[in-house]
Design a protein around this ligand. Structure first.
Ligand SMILES: NC(=O)C1=CN([C@@H]2O[C@H](COP(=O)(O)OP(=O)(O)OC[C@H]3O[C@@H](n4cnc5c(N)ncnc54)[C@H](O)[C@@H]3O)[C@@H](O)[C@H]2O)C=CC1
Ligand SMILES: N[C@@H](CC=O)C(=O)O
Length: 379
């Protein structure tokens, strides 16, 4: 019997040359979060291409006034942004995507602008998916919120916003899954703000004035573009409302009871005047600190409670409280947020999610996570 050695057939398919799925990204807002996100995208691009067969391509980078548009923007974007930008409108960006036949589109909203949110429907109708760190769309009227979801479903588009609550922490996804799987969430309580966590953790422990700690929080990028949004409680209130709506509760922003931390005379002045007068906060907060009992510290807390099984049964409170230094909330360090999620089956032992609740790096990483999640969903 003779044995024939068969020659191995030559591979006919060059797998390396197979086209990767190209995801075309327009980034709006190139401030703290936006610019770190763009850098992270360029840093991770090759690794992601290798591991996920995805080509993440940025074709637009814009701030409030000007935009850089190009089929493939390079890692040298900062320099190009100073030399090659143009005034733009959203319609022009959409037109650019159409004429260049760009598919698999994602618009990223890293602004804090309500005006920009008004363009979401235009993006969706033009074939864009959305990712946002901006919390405004989810905290506008319930009517807008529901219509947006209707429009997304009609156009088979996605909208991800994991960084809206807890920056890079996996919070919204966890709440969504618990709720969808039928685990009854009965209460969510905690320190929702990274900046206010940092401010009260430092101020309660250290000798410095309130304004000096606040200035540092602004400087490192923990606060909102207008820090009054944090200090007046709106930012924490928004986060509370976003979580409430994830649980299908029908609350409006006006339903939230909010303790405003800004002295009355500084609430309506311009941002510049406010920033020049931060020292006006020193005495009121020094008094609050002095009035604390031994072993207590200040924490700014959000609380979603009441009857969460009824659409209109929830109570939403945002307030400054004194807690024992030895409690979970009292123990917080740095800019950590802490979310206690109480559910029927977990009883009195809440699921706890804790970690940095603000900062451009963790937030940008969370936005990048949403881009990757969305890229997987795009067929
Ligand atoms: N800083 C943080 O730790 C976190 C921030 N966020 C959210 O991220 C968003 C951005 O925050 P930052 O980067 O700190 O703000 P930033 O003030 O540093 O940057 C905002 C950017 O948006 C641009 N912009 C404003 N209006 C615009 C418009 N109509 N069209 C296009 N661009 C516009 C500005 O020119 C600027 O480039 C905010 O919505 C904030 O709530 C969310 C989680 C954590
Ligand atoms: N200003 C916010 C930033 C994240 O949402 C905060 O302090 O938590």
């Amino acid at each position: 019997m003779s044995t024939e050695i068969l020659e191995q057939p030559k591979a006919r398919i060059n797998l390396g040359a197979l086209k990767k799925k190209q995801i075309n990204i327009a980034v709006f807002g190139r401030g703290n979060v936006g610019s770190v996100l763009i850098d992270q995208l360029f840093e991770r691009k090759n690794e992601i291409a290798k591991r996920r067969d995805l080509e993440l391509n940025i074709f637009c980078i814009a701030n409030s006034k000007t935009a850089l548009l190009g089929q493939h923007i390079s890692a040298n974007w900062k320099e190009e942004f100073t030399t090659k930008t143009q005034c733009y409108s959203i319609t022009e960006v959409i037109h650019f995507a159409k004429t260049n036949q760009l598919k698999n589109l994602i618009a990223i909203d890293n602004t804090a602008s309500s005006e920009f949110v008004n363009h979401y429907p235009e993006f969706i109708n033009s074939g864009f998916n959305l990712v946002s760190s901006n919390k405004i769309a989810n905290t506008s009227s319930l009517k807008f919120y529901q219509e947006l979801r209707g429009l997304l479903a009609k156009n088979e588009k996605e909208y991800l916003y994991e960084t809206n609550v807890g920056a890079g922490l996996p919070l919204i996804d966890t709440i969504k899954l618990l709720h969808l799987s039928g685990e009854n969430i009965t209460r969510i309580k905690g320190v929702f703000s990274g900046s206010l966590s940092y401010i009260f953790n430092s101020f309660s422990e250290e000798e410095g004035t309130f304004s000096s700690v606040l200035k540092k929080a602004i400087y490192v990028g923990y606060t909102e573009p207008d820090p009054r949004e944090d200090l007046c409680g709106n930012d924490v209130a928004r986060k509370l409302l976003i979580l409430a709506r994830e649980l299908d509760l029908h609350n409006e922003f006006e339903d939230i009871s909010i303790q405003n931390l800004i002295p009355k005379e500084l609430r309506k002045v311009s941002k510049e005047t406010f920033l020049k007068n931060l020292e006006a906060l020193d005495v009121p907060f020094q008094i609050k600190k002095k009035n604390l009992n031994k072993g207590q510290v200040l924490r700014y807390v959000g609380d979603l409670h009441g009857d969460l099984s009824k659409e209109d049964g929830a109570i939403l409170d945002v307030s400054l409280v004194s807690v024992s230094k030895n409690s979970a909330l009292g123990n917080l360090q740095g800019s950590d947020s802490l979310f206690e999620i109480y559910t029927e089956n977990y009883g009195n032992h809440p699921i706890i999610i804790q970690g940095a609740g603000a900062g451009s790096k963790v937030t940008a990483r969370g936005v990048l996570g949403d881009i990757l999640r969305l890229s997987d969903k795009i067929k």
